[in-house]
Design a protein around this ligand. Structure first.
Ligand code: NAD
Length: 249
């Protein structure tokens, strides 16, 4: 696939779902800015995987905490440096700090909101100007099935993911007339490091409860990102797309 001339930013792309999204976008001819928190080696591995898929595109990395404004500025500047455009933003970086409400500290609540929600706010705000100028943009935030349905032990995380849904709908309303869409993807259980902590027994129980009878793969999420990023998806905005094997029904 040749270079489409489009540029995407993917946060938390050093591993897991973010890595799969970055690799898929490269394969389809997007230049990609890989945002990562701190693991240089993992980020380099993502770059190598991207390059293996497509040597025609540019892939650059930006290290930093998405909850800090400076990181958002660096990510957008890196995208603009490639070819003066930011076509796609994927707000993927996320953390969990799970415990029951009675035990949750205010610090753990704040940290999850800062990374998962404020990080997405800062970046969405900073891509708006270039997207308005080029009269095209796709803002895609990775929410979660628990942002819609809630989950015991995840008060902070589900609040951050529900926050992304409200934010996505508001951004969609503000920017629809500018040909900028904002959508959220709500993954169910996806096989990554985040869910790798679960025991085999818990995973089996989860699989049994999912209508598709399996956990999802990072590629399942990447496919939905590709769909929403496409020019042909211009009339889809403010939507929450469940990619969950039927779990959220
Ligand atoms: P993961 O833990 O493998 O990856 C998360 C990525 O975010 C990592 O690369 C991490 O370094 C990065 N990150 C964390 N804090 C950061 C910060 N402050 N600044 C910059 N980057 C930071 O998890 P994953 O499963 O790949 O999850 C990706 C996204 O999908 C997350 O937003 C997660 O909440 C969401 N999600 C995952 C699942 C699942 O089952 N795995 C389900 C629903 C939603």
């Amino acid at each position: 696939m040749e270079n489409t001339g489009k540029t995407a930013i993917v946060t938390g792309a050093g591993r897991g779902i973010g890595r799969a999204i970055a690799v898929s976008l490269c394969r389809e001819g997007y230049n990609v800015v890989i945002g990562y928190a701190g693991n240089d080696e993992a980020a380099k591995e993502t770059v190598d995987l991207c390059k293996q898929q497509n040597n025609e595109v540019q892939v650059v990395t930006v290290k930093g905490d998405v909850s800090e404004e400076e990181t958002a500025t660096k990510l957008v500047d890196a995208a603009l440096e490639i070819n003066g455009r930011v076509d796609v933003l994927v707000n993927n970086a996320g953390i969990t700090k799970d415990t029951l409400l009675a035990r949750m500290t205010a610090d753990d609540f704040d940290r999850v909101i800062d990374v998962n929600l404020k990080g997405a706010f800062l970046l969405s705000q900073k891509v708006t100007k270039p997207m308005m100028k080029q009269r095209f943009g796709r803002i895609i935030s990775i929410s979660s099935v628990v942002g819609v349905h809630g989950n015991a032990g995840q008060v902070n995380y589900s609040a951050s993911k529900a926050g992304l849904i409200g934010m996505t709908k508001s951004i969609a309303k503000e920017l629809a007339a500018r040909n900028i869409t904002a959508n959220a993807i709500a993954p169910g259980m996806i096989e990554t490091d985040m869910t790798g902590v679960l025991s085999d027994k818990v995973k089996e129980e989860i699989n049994a409860s999912i209508p598709a009878k399996r956990m999802g793969t990072p590629e399942d999420i990447a496919n939905a990102v590709l769909f929403l990023s496409d020019e042909k998806s211009s009339y889809i905005t403010g939507q929450i797309i469940g990619v969950d094997g039927g779990m959220g029904m």
